[in-house]
Structure formats: structure tokens, C-alpha cells
Design a binder for this molecule. Structure first.
Ligand SMILES: Nc1ncnc2c1ncn2[C@@H]1O[C@H](COP(=O)(O)OP(=O)(O)O)[C@@H](O)[C@H]1O
Ligand SMILES: [Mg+2]
Length: 277
């Protein structure tokens, strides 16, 4: 994971100033305040990521999405929220005792890690030719990417459209995911009708911060569970069109296409009762 703030050579100091402000100067207490639109806009402009922020498009559990501009071009600004999830995140990554300057820095670091994770996954997928929004820049917990849509109108989510050729769309989605897995070596972790956009007559995969890279250090049992869940989610969406496919067979196509060399025999040592935590 690269923690170097990307594509932002001229703005040094802005991120550090922001971090100090969030830490509450020297007192070291977390400021439990939801970042507001105006301050997000100012930050994104100061970080050199956007020339303007137009409107908030969506506010999910962990991140807010804004339509923004880079000069006259529409782009997407995704801002990972600082204060709504720190507890659950710190639980996931290891318990941290009490509010302290250290803890604040730790939480800021975790949120930045997730942003880095999404940026790196998008970049790897984009380079492998997967239809994902092209990543543009990242500074701290702010990330910009290509806007999928026309003008200022975002593309609909797959679950909102009525497909004319659901069978071939399903094939395209599985092909895209196979590319992501086999060529970029990532699993998505949250693939569903919500995180696939329908634009220019094709599916676009988005929302990849849960993406995990699959390599020589991977737990293949876990990778298999994530693949099975993602494939299952996609198939269950297509069941509404009366399409039935064999999830295990598709899973095996994925696993036949790629398993890291040193993990080929992972099934032989498999404990019983595997589940995703
Ligand atoms: N690159 C993009 N282009 C157009 N719309 C987007 C883009 N990224 C996200 N959106 C819109 O914002 C919604 C939420 O984004 P997403 O990345 O899925 O975040 P989350 O689900 O974590 O809130 C998407 O379902 C989509 O409607
Ligand atoms: Mg989403």
C-alpha cells in the first residue's frame, strides 16, 4: 500500500495542517464533528483534487460521494467519513484503549488506509482493463475518480434498470470480475446490483475499498469465500430475470484461472466450518 499522497506535489502542508486541526491542536482530543459540505469543498480544493464541488450525490455508511469539477469536466469526489465509523474500524483492526493524541492519529491513519486501498484497487483494475472508474487522485481521506454518467447526471445502479439482454449482461459482469481476479489479482468483496453502474450499454464496477489483493500471502480459503459471496450476490440479482446459473461452477472457473503458485493445495489443509467474519 503506498501512503504517499498522490499527484499533489505543490500543496505540501495542506494535509498536515488539516491533520493538526483534526487532532484538536495540542490537546489531542478527537473532535467528534461530522465534516460539513463547506469544509469538504474547501479541503478538496486546497488539496488540489477538484476545482469545485457541485452537489452531494450519496451518503453511505462510510463515505460520501460528491459530483465535482476539474475545470469543465465532471468528476467524482469520494470522501471517507472520519467520525462515523472509527469505533467499528478500530475494532476490526485491533482495539485501541482510550482517546489520546495517538489514538486520533491511529484512527486518521485507518481511514486513510481505506482510501488508499480503494485508490490502489481502482488503479490495478483499470490497468488490467476492467471497466471501473479511472482513479484520478488521492489526498488523505479524499479520492477522485472518473464520473460515470452524462453531463451531471450519474449512471443508474444496475438494480434500477430494466435490462433487455440480462443473460449477456451477466456474462459481461462475470467476465469483468474474472479480469479483476485473474489479471489484477483482486477480489471485490461487495459486488452487487448496488455497486455496478449501467452506462453506455455496459456494466461498470464501482465501490472497491473492501478489495483484497490475492497473492502469495493470501488466505485462499477466505478469498474463496469472498468470491463465492460476490458471485452469489450477482447471480441472485439475475434470478429476478429468471436466470439460473451454477455458482460453484463459476467459482471453479475463477479458481482454475488463478491461484498463487504457493497456494495451489490450500484446500487440503482446510479447517471445517469456514465462514467470513
Ligand atoms: N464514479 C462514479 N460515477 C457515477 N456515480 C458514482 C460513482 N461512484 C459512485 N457513484 C454513485 O454513488 C453511489 C455510492 O457510491 P459507492 O462508491 O458505492 O459508495 P458507498 O456505497 O460506500 O456509499 C453509487 O451507488 C453511485 O450511484
Ligand atoms: Mg456502494
Amino acid at each position: 500500500m503506498s501512503r504517499v499522497d498522490k499527484f499533489n506535489p505543490l500543496k505540501s502542508g495542506a494535509v498536515e495542517r488539516k491533520r493538526d486541526e483534526l487532532r484538536g491542536g495540542s490537546c489531542g482530543k478527537l473532535m467528534m464533528e461530522e465534516p460539513r459540505y463547506a469544509s469538504i469543498r474547501t479541503d478538496a480544493i486546497n488539496y488540489g483534487l477538484v476545482s469545485d464541488v457541485i452537489y452531494p450525490m450519496s451518503a453511505g455508511k462510510e463515505a460520501s460521494i460528491f459530483l465535482a469539477k476539474w475545470k469543465e469536466h465532471s468528476i467524482i469526489l469520494k470522501v471517507y467519513r472520519l467520525w462515523q465509523t472509527p469505533h467499528s474500524i478500530s475494532q476490526q483492526k485491533g482495539y485501541v484503549r482510550k482517546a489520546s493524541k495517538k489514538r486520533t492519529r491511529f484512527i486518521l491513519g485507518l481511514i486513510e488506509d481505506i482510501t488508499v486501498q480503494e485508490f490502489d484497487t481502482l488503479q490495478a483494475c483499470f490497468r488490467a482493463g476492467v471497466a471501473v472508474p479511472t482513479p484520478i487522485g488521492r489526498v488523505a481521506n479524499y479520492l477522485t475518480m472518473r464520473f460515470i454518467g452524462d453531463g451531471e447526471e450519474p449512471a443508474p445502479q444496475l438494480r434500477e434498470v430494466n435490462l433487455e439482454n440480462p443473460d449477456s449482461v451477466l456474462n459481461t459482469i462475470l467476465d469483468e470480475y474474472l479480469k479483476m481476479y485473474r489479471d489484477a489479482h483482486y477480489v471485490h468483496g461487495d459486488l452487487s446490483g448496488y455497486n455496478i453502474l449501467w452506462w453506455q450499454e455496459r456494466p461498470w464496477i464501482i465501490d472497491v475499498p473492501q478489495g483484497e489483493t490475492v497473492g502469495v500471502h493470501s488466505d485462499m480459503n477466505r478469498v474463496e469465500l469472498i468470491l463465492r459471496r460476490d458471485i452469489g450476490n450477482v447471480l441472485s440479482y439475475f434470478e429476478t430475470y429468471g436466470i439460473e446459473r451454477d455458482a460453484e461452477q463459476i467459482l471453479n472457473v475463477f479458481l482454475d484461472a488463478y491461484i498463487p503458485e504457493n497456494r495451489k493445495h490450500y484446500r487440503e489443509l482446510r479447517p471445517d466450518g469456514l465462514e467470513l467474519g
